[in-house]
Design a protein around this ligand. Sequence first.
Ligand SMILES: [Fe+2]
Length: 243
Amino acid sequence: MTCFFFELSLVNFSLFLQNYFSNMYMYNGIFFKTANFVSLCKVFMNINPLFNFTLNTIPNSVRNNSYCKYKYSSEVENAVNKQIESERNAAFTYLNMAVNFLHPSISYPGVGGYFMKMYEEELGHMKILINYQIIRGGTPILTFKDVDMIANSKITLLEAFNQALETEKKVTEQLENIIKTAEASEDYETADFITSKFLAEQMNAIHELSQHITKLNRLCDDMEALYQFDLKLSKEYPYSLKT
Ligand SMILES: [Fe+2]
């Protein structure tokens, strides 16, 4: 049954891929043109009534019929799904910054590598929450809305780090809300999971970003100092563009 839910999630994931592969979908590793993919889903729906789902939602009758749930309220399940979406949003915010600073016309490879590392971390968080949702009998809902991926070449290093700090603070607040929701329904497992797996890391991320912001505030627009700042980051977070 878990595999079944995961397969449905893969279908939702394909919606996201649509943005990047110009009207093509991927399902089980195979690319389909939009029209072909919809036809494929219709075929599945006819074969098996369980596949009677819209492309971006799983029917409540399927979601609520999870007999393996123990003290896992729909409020907590929804909060975890909201967090999955937030981690995805954070990941793509950082990917956007990484692409921007790695671009040859801007070329801060150290900062680009730093944000690429953050992008990968957020994807990791998203995966941890998806796994947790499945373990508790919930259904991960992967809603892939449009994310503005246009590189903002005018963003300064200071602005980028400030934006990252705000993102991390928002993510932390949402994590705290999951804990509150879980405690209200006596779901101590979720409260402990979020606290131990995520909160300490959030505090470290906020601390690290704050340090960078303090340094950047000191450097102002000194190009040589900014070069040195980037060089230091490139040693700590080397990133290769090799394909
Ligand atoms: Fe995160």
